[in-house]
Ligand binder design. Structure first.
Ligand SMILES: [Zn+2]
Length: 317
């Protein structure tokens, strides 16, 4: 039987770069189904449609199909996730997994799996996710799965495991706007929220360094992916040049993609992503520039100093 699942469109980006907007746009085409961040399936149960995955018809159907496929009536959705997080670094600062993420690909995956348990575990998680994509494609009648996990490690693993069905969109956003959104998320409603990693809110300098590091890691991870299977896209172009960007996306995806002025979120069934997904019924394709009057000149100078070299490469002044 031919596979229903024909293509994985993976979005690689930092947080707050518009990945929720991009995947929602792609999901408006009947041939595409956007499922949010598959890497969070084990921990996140609330779907965009406002129901939990155990009460949402879309995910109930996915689970029924997984039970049939696996022959295990006890299986649960969270067992079909990709492993998240990496083992603590060993003695060397640059381990085998880092080497694989940077230089590896389909040809080196079998050996890398033998040499590193961490690589083997991630690879097993990607295989589970690909089976999940297969049943999602069967049930939704869509042939293209859009995963906005964003992470460069998963990017490389998906490519290495299933190179012919893989395509990646590297989504970038102006570093000052991204850093402000990031920063704002940790201090909202008069409360400062700590980061999971550090136990405190990040500084402006840290958010700027994160922007650089994440984008560099994505570049390192995808330079082994053939050029016709990757696309660099600016968030601002989605909003300011919708027709031109829709043509670019259509050519890349191989389907007619249009960019509407607003998208009905509750008709989609994605997990995780931007919190606005849960608080709003529609997402407007509109540039969010509320940072301009709120960041001090000193903060803007700090971000510019750290990000300027890479930002210029993406066309940001
Ligand atoms: Zn749902």
């Amino acid at each position: 039987m031919p596979s229903a699942f024909q293509r994985l469109l993976y979005i690689g980006s930092t947080g707050y770069s518009g990945s929720t907007l991009l995947e929602s746009i792609l999901g408006t085409n009947d041939q595409c189904v956007n499922i949010g961040e598959i890497c969070k399936l084990a921990s996140w149960t609330l779907c965009t449609c406002d129901q939990h995955t155990y009460e949402c018809p879309f995910w109930i159907d996915v689970l029924e199909r997984l039970k049939k496929r696996s022959g295990n009536p006890q299986t649960q959705l969270k067992e079909w996730h990709i492993q998240r997080g990496r083992a603590a670094k060993a003695v060397l600062p640059f381990n085998l997994h880092d080497l694989f993420i940077t230089a590896g690909g389909p040809g080196t995956l079998p050996l890398a799996r033998l040499l590193s348990k961490e690589i083997a575990d991630f690879n097993a998680g990607c295989k589970r996710a690909l089976e999940l994509f297969e049943v999602i494609a069967e049930g939704s009648k869509a042939s293209v799965i859009v995963d906005s996990s964003k992470d460069p490690v998963l990017l490389k693993h998906f490519y290495a495991e299933d190179p012919s069905r893989f395509k990646v969109i590297h989504l970038v956003r102006d570093p000052i706007a991204t850093c402000y959104s990031f920063f704002k998320n940790f201090a909202r409603d008069g409360v400062t929220y700590p980061s999971e990693k550090t136990g405190r809110a990040p500084t402006i300098e840290e958010t700027a360094r994160f922007w650089v590091n994440r984008n560099r890691k994505i570049e390192l991870s995808y330079y082994t992916v053939p050029k016709h299977q990757r696309l660099l896209l600016k968030y601002e172009d989605l909003c300011l040049k919708p027709e031109e960007t829709a043509r670019k996306l259509s050519d890349f995806v191989g389907l007619e993609i249009s960019i509407p002025e607003e998208i009905a979120l509750k008709q989609q069934h994605a997990i995780s992503g931007n919190p606005m997904r849960l608080s709003q019924n529609v997402i407007r394709v509109k540039l969010n520039e509320d940072w301009e009057s709120k960041l001090s000149p000193k903060d803007r100078a700090t971000i510019h100093q750290i990000t300027a070299t890479l930002a210029r490469k993406y066309g940001y002044p």
